[in-house]
Design a protein around this ligand. Structure first.
Ligand SMILES: O=C[C@H](O)[C@H](O)COP(=O)(O)O
Ligand SMILES: C=C(OP(=O)(O)O)C(=O)O
Length: 364
C-alpha cells in the first residue's frame, strides 16, 4: 500500500522515449483547457438564454408537447467556416419560412468517425493538410458554433471524442452519438451528462438493440472518470438524460426507414419501456449512400407521419451549399462541396423542406 510511486517525468523527452517495440511515441503538443477556450470565446447572457430556449424547443418535440418535426440538416462535415456560415444564413432564413411546422437544427459536425482512416474533422485538422493544428481547430469549431447559434439556429453535432465535448457542449441544442460509438459505455456516460437532447444511431450493421441499450444507459445517473474544464482528472457525476432517442440510419446498405422497420423499432422501444420517439437519418445506409435518394426517404417518412405515426419525431438530412462530394485536395477545393459523404445541394433541400412543411400544414 505504501509502495513508492515513481516520479512522473512529463518532459517532452520522456514522451518521445522509445517504447519496448522499438518505435517512438512522437510526443505531444499542449492544448488550451476547455475553461481557457470558453473564456476566450464566451457566451453572453442573451446567447445563453437563446440556447436554453433552443434546447427546450427540441425537448418539447421529443416530449410530444410540440407537434412540429425536428429536422437536423447540414453538411456531412464542416471544413470551411466561411461556407458553413453562408449555409447557416440561408438555413436561418428557411427556418423562418417553415418554422410553423419544422424546427430546423443545423448539423455543425466538426469531428468525423472514420471506418478506417481519413480526415477527422475541422476540430482536429482545420488546415486540411495533416498538420493537425487542434488548438486552432477547437477554437474555430467553438467560434463557428457560437456564430451559428447567434444567428438563431440551434446547433447539432456528433460527439465523438469525450474530451472534446467540453470545448463546445454549452452551445449544443442536440447531439448525436454515431453508429460506430453507440455501443460504447463511455459515450453513453457522456450522453447521460448532456443538457442537450441526444440521438443514438443504430449500429452500422443496422441493429437497433445497441441504440436501445444506449438510451436506457444514458437515462441513468453515472459516475465516471473524466477531465474537468481545467484539465484535471475528476470523478464526474451525471444526472441521466431523459431526452434521448433512437436514430434509424439503416445498415450495410439495408435501409430501415420503411413502415415495417419503423413499426418494429417502435415495438422494441415500447418492450424496453421507452418512449416511442424516432428520428430517421435520410442519408447513410437509408439512402444507400446515394445523396439524391435522401429526398425519397424523407417523403416516405413524411407519408408515414401523415398517416398517423407520431413516433416519427424527426429527420436528418446531409446537405451542403452544392451537391455531391469532392476529394480532399487542399489546393483545389470547390467552395461549398462536401469532402466527406456526398450531400444534397441547397436548392434541392430547401425545396424539399418547403414541400414537407406545406404537406404538414395541409394535414392541420
Ligand atoms: O458520415 C460520415 C461517414 O459516413 C462516416 O464518417 C464514415 O466515413 P468513412 O467510411 O468515409 O470513413
Ligand atoms: C457519421 C455519421 O453517421 P453514422 O454514425 O450514422 O455513420 C454522420 O451522421 O455524420
Amino acid at each position: 500500500m505504501n509502495a513508492q510511486l515513481p516520479m512522473l517525468d512529463t518532459s517532452d523527452k520522456s514522451r518521445a522515449d522509445a517504447g519496448d517495440h522499438g518505435r517512438v511515441d512522437t510526443g505531444s503538443r499542449p492544448l488550451p483547457t476547455p475553461a481557457e477556450l470558453r473564456s476566450s470565446l464566451p457566451l453572453d447572457t442573451a446567447l445563453r438564454s437563446r440556447i436554453t430556449a433552443q434546447r427546450q424547443a427540441v425537448r418539447a418535440i421529443l416530449d410530444g408537447r410540440d407537434d412540429r418535426m425536428l429536422v437536423v440538416v447540414g453538411p456531412c462535415s464542416i471544413h470551411d467556416p466561411k461556407a458553413a456560415l453562408e449555409y447557416a444564413e440561408r438555413l436561418a432564413a428557411l427556418a423562418e419560412r417553415v418554422g410553423d411546422r419544422l424546427l430546423l437544427v443545423m448539423r455543425v459536425y466538426v469531428e468525423k468517425p472514420r471506418t478506417t482512416v481519413g480526415w477527422k474533422g475541422l476540430a482536429y485538422d482545420p488546415h486540411l493538410d495533416g498538420s493537425d493544428d487542434m488548438a486552432h481547430g477547437l477554437a474555430l469549431s467553438r467560434q463557428l458554433m457560437r456564430d451559428i447559434a447567434a444567428l438563431g439556429l440551434p446547433v447539432a453535432t456528433e460527439l465523438l471524442q469525450p474530451l472534446a465535448a467540453a470545448y463546445f457542449d454549452d452551445l449544443l441544442a442536440w447531439a448525436a452519438i454515431g453508429a460506430r460509438t453507440t455501443e460504447s459505455q463511455i459515450h453513453r456516460e457522456l450522453a447521460s451528462g448532456m443538457e442537450a437532447a441526444v440521438g443514438f444511431k443504430n449500429g452500422t450493421d443496422g441493429g437497433i438493440e445497441v441504440a436501445i441499450a444506449a438510451i436506457r444507459a444514458a437515462m441513468h445517473a453515472h459516475r465516471h472518470l473524466a477531465i474537468d474544464h481545467n484539465g484535471r482528472p475528476v470523478m464526474r457525476e451525471t444526472h441521466g438524460n431523459p431526452h434521448t432517442h433512437l436514430v434509424l440510419r439503416g445498415g450495410h446498405d439495408r435501409p430501415n426507414h420503411d413502415a415495417g422497420s419503423v413499426r418494429a423499432s417502435r415495438k422494441a422501444l415500447s418492450d424496453a419501456g421507452l418512449a416511442a420517439r424516432i428520428m430517421v437519418d435520410c442519408s447513410h445506409a437509408n439512402s444507400r449512400k446515394d445523396h439524391r435518394r435522401q429526398a425519397e426517404v424523407l417523403l416516405d417518412v413524411l407519408a408515414q407521419r401523415l398517416a398517423g405515426d407520431d413516433s416519427l419525431v424527426g429527420v436528418m438530412i446531409e446537405c451542403n451549399l452544392h451537391e455531391g462530394k469532392q476529394p480532399l485536395n487542399p489546393t483545389a477545393l470547390r467552395y461549398g462541396v462536401s469532402i466527406t459523404d456526398a450531400c444534397l445541394g441547397w436548392e434541392a433541400t430547401a425545396d424539399l423542406l418547403e414541400r414537407a412543411a406545406e404537406r404538414l400544414r395541409d394535414r392541420q
